[in-house]
Design a protein around this ligand. Structure first.
Ligand SMILES: Cc1cc2nc3c(=O)[nH]c(=O)nc-3n(C[C@H](O)[C@H](O)[C@H](O)COP(=O)(O)OP(=O)(O)OC[C@H]3O[C@@H](n4cnc5c(N)ncnc54)[C@H](O)[C@@H]3O)c2cc1C
Length: 360
């Protein structure tokens, strides 16, 4: 299991991953296992993360190298090392492989990424309402633990599961409720008892939490129900955060798609590519056929990125001027696309002048 570490100093691979050793394994439920990763001192800065972010793993499977994201269930404020929790998916290749990982195994891991995070400048008084469904508990649990450590704002967690045996972090949650009875309110919803969550139930559960910040992660229909209800109640779209768990296509399929998209863009000449990163504009070269991310990297700009396969959203940026063509997109919603968001790893300029802004 896992690749054997040859060097004492962890080195970045050609694809940007690092070999990290698993230092603890926790069987959370009959079908979910947590893996705690040892981070050598030289990589602590590189692997610093915000609550709600994820790690991408590259896993060998039947001659292919598959990439999968797993959100950190740990909190950077209360846990010394990052922990991911993987739930087995029926017929799933990587999730079942990860559930066999043992202490001492080495995994290929990309640094933390993702935007499913609390805005640091937001008011500390607003209620925080978290919706987790099944394995979708992981990023909201990281946010929950971090906020309990850093603020007094009220937190409501609505946690949906198939049945009681499937509830991940049940004991840890009980302890947190005991330690923070006035701040944390947890509502368990079990499909086996109440059935799937309905719009009316969501409305009922949201009583007393109007005007909050909302974080939603779980199965598609669960997230759709919650988001639709929140919007229907008049909650601000920018305060509703959604994280979609999905697997990317296999590498051979991605390569074929990328080759087609590159060929289609070869005839387009980009006159100027201006990239705003950390508030600073940079005018950089853009070679025909290259993606926006490839151009940024070639110019030495350290823009956020992770899977580079169009499904994790780490390289989200806004096109402020010009035209681009987005090849694969498994993460941006129609609303985000309409607002000008794109994925740098999947976008190519289609000519003229292009101006991009990465979020601060
Ligand atoms: C940002 C992000 C964070 C995430 N965080 C978590 C987390 O914290 N915990 C967690 O458990 N998951 C998380 N996920 C989901 C995770 O990345 C994987 O999608 C999930 O584990 C399934 O991967 P898999 O390789 O096991 O399944 P896959 O092999 O991708 O299979 C998925 C489905 O396709 C079918 N399938 C199998 N083989 C093939 C094939 N050859 N071709 C086509 N279909 C096939 C399977 O039967 C299965 O139903 C996250 C995803 C994202 C994007």
């Amino acid at each position: 299991m896992g690749t054997q570490q040859q060097n004492l100093t962890p080195a970045e691979s050609a694809t940007g991953s690092y070999s990290l050793q698993v230092c603890a394994v926790i069987d959370e439920t009959f079908d979910a296992r947590s893996l705690v990763l040892e981070i050598p001192p030289t990589l602590r800065e590189r692997f610093r993360y915000k609550p709600g972010q994820f790690l991408s793993f590259r896993v060998p499977c039947a001659g292919k190298l598959l990439t999968r994201c797993y959100s950190m269930a740990s909190s950077p404020l209360s846990d010394s090392l990052p922990k991911v929790t993987v739930k087995r998916v029926k017929g799933g290749r990587v999730s079942n492989w990860m559930n066999e990982v043992q202490v001492g195994d080495w995994l290929e891991v990309l640094p933390p990424a993702g935007h499913f995070c609390l805005d640091e400048e937001q008011s500390v008084d607003r209620p925080l309402v978290l919706f987790g469904g099944g394995s979708g508990i992981t990023p909201v649990f990281s946010i929950l633990k971090s906020v309990l450590r850093s603020s007094r704002r009220p937190i409501k967690l609505i946690y949906a599961n198939r049945d009681e045996a499937s509830v991940i972090f049940k004991d840890e949650l009980c302890q947190l409720i005991k330690a923070h009875p006035d701040q944390l309110h947890v509502v368990h919803v079990l499909d086996s008892v109440q059935g799937f969550l309905t719009d009316a139930q969501v409305c009922h559960l949201l009583r007393g939490s109007a005007g909050g910040d909302y974080f939603i992660c779980g199965p598609g229909p669960f997230m759709d129900t919650v988001e639709r209800t929140l919007l229907g109640l008049g909650e601000a779209a920018e305060r509703i955060h959604v994280e979609r768990f999905a697997s990317p296509p296999d590498p051979d399929e991605l390569l074929a798609e990328a080759t087609l998209a590159r060929a289609a863009a070869l005839g387009s000449k980009c006159e100027a590519l201006i990239v705003e990163l950390d508030g600073q504009p940079h005018e950089i070269a853009c070679h025909p056929g290259d993606t926006l991310l490839q151009s940024c990297k070639a110019a030495g700009l350290d823009v956020p990125s992770s899977c580079e396969e169009g499904f994790c959203g780490a390289c989200m940026c806004v096109v402020q001027e010009g035209e681009i063509q987005l090849a694969r997109n498994d993460v941006l919603s129609p609303k985000e696309l309409a607002e000008g968001w794109t994925l740098a790893c999947q976008s190519r300029p289609t000519g003229g002048r292009v101006r991009l802004k990465f979020p601060d």
